[in-house]
Design a protein. Sequence first.
Length: 632
Amino acid sequence: MCGITGVYAFNEVGRFFTINLFAATDTLSHRGPDTGNAFTHGYAGLGHRRLSILDTSSGGNQPMTDPGGRYTIVFNGEIFNFGELKGELEAKGVSFSSTSDTEVLLHLYIQEGEACLHRLNGFFAFAVYDAEEDSLFVARDRMGIKPLLYSLDEDKFLFASEMKALFTYGFPRDIDYVSLQQFLQFNYIPAPHTIFKSVKKLLPGHCIKIKGLEVTRKCWYTIPRNGRQPETMNYEQAQHRLVELLDASVQRRLISDVPLGAFLSGGIDSSVIVALAARHTDQLNTFSIGYKDEPFFGETRYANLVAKKFKTNHTVFSLSNDDLYGHLSDMLDYTDEPFADSSALAVYILSKRTKKRVTVALSGDGADELFAGYNKHRGDFRIREGGLATGVAKALQPVWNALPKSRNSAFGNKIRQLQKLAEGAALDHKDRYWRFATFTSAPEATGLLSAASRELAHEQEFAERKALILQHLRRDGDLNDFLYTDMQLVLPNDMLTKVDLMSMAHGLEVRVPFLDYMVVEFAFSLPVEYKIDGGMKKKIVQDAFRSELPKELYNRPKHGFEVPLLKWMRNELQGLIRNDLLKDSFVEEQGIFDVAEVRRLKEKLFSANPEDVHARLWGLIVFQYWWKKWVK
């Protein structure tokens, strides 16, 4: 796990930017605290910061050049089947000077070129420079676990693991107002776009080849959509197959030359990963967090039950609101693009404290998107199925609208969910997905913008981006279309971005066994009824491991990994809201947002019925903090 960056210049003007290569590489030192170096040749340059996981000797250092001097690679990630690939290459006469997966990847690319991507089981972003051909090849893994951003103009191609490295080279920091409008709806910005017009994200399963002035973008992988399993595989057989695939995936991800552990939230997903990892190691370290001041969000009781059952070395980090507030500025300083998933703060602290014990951690990310684990999935399923419950929820929408709603209490959260279900039932399949995936409607997001900003948030381009996001939702489709869209939108742009940024801020590698491509492809071969029914989400996951996990984990509410924002904003953050980032005079001077609408949200926050306004205000706080640091 590392940080990578590079330059490919098209002319002498572009070549000038290679003088920033070493500085850009150094900005990624948190991702790779062990070693760093850079390589230049002609009009190209590659930079690398290393977090040593496999082969911690200098033999695994990068940039790495082959013995012939033609090919040089920088690589971020892990190739879990590198041992098998190495054996094949050695049989063809290739010699190795290290035990690193980087050297295997380099020689596999030399042998097979772009086709090598299909041979890899792992997560990665890498770049290979061919000195003889004077070309650059960059690629990103199938699911988008590892990030890669780039900037392309007439003079040069720049790339990096994080935006802050690109800042070092310098580029026009013109805000993309369509991206801003999307951010106000999602609390993140969907790829391939970023907050800046001149920077893009390489999409999952995509690659770019640059040779001379020719730039070729290509999609090298998409998740197959096979429909149902063959009739010969019934539900019980599918459970056994899932266990086999996940067990193999976890076993592959236990390979490490440094201390390894696992996040354990107390939910089904992380508990499954811990149960499987415990089969293959006697001394598994597990880590969870709890909230001293907010028992509604606490899940440590369930995590403790799992840790006890599988005899792990378990550590609970108990956080107060003061702990959260104390880490706020550090987390926001690190975030180089507006990203307002509030649970990122908890992941930031969890990663910081976990890194003191281990360098690699397994997590349960991806299971919800694959196997229908969110309440929005249950809502869509119920609407598609129809029935009395959905009809009643829709008929009582005026009641839900009138009652207080909040994520911060069991009653308020249930009312919020019923209101959203009623709204979704009145929409077609695409608009319903959009409503369930967003925090706020398009008119509400637009209403937050100033008149000048609205003119720059072009409606036609917003509509085109929305259509691309929703393209996989078929009129005659089922909930698997919803899940497939989540895999393209929510997983890489929210969940995986959050984990990568917050863990790599502390040089912690996080591995995600549910996102092994063989597990993913199996999941999308299953019918909806294997994943969800009227009473159970993630049905096949729960049933497949029912005999192994503590019974208390079943039929319990799903809280998620959220931060108690409402209480926090009304206390510790009140000064920041009223007198700094959202102060009327600052908002007016800035000119991006509508002063009156921001003032209305602040008034609602401190009212008797704040509903979920804190989620919208958190997005504004994050943006304002980011804007002051990186743009102003």
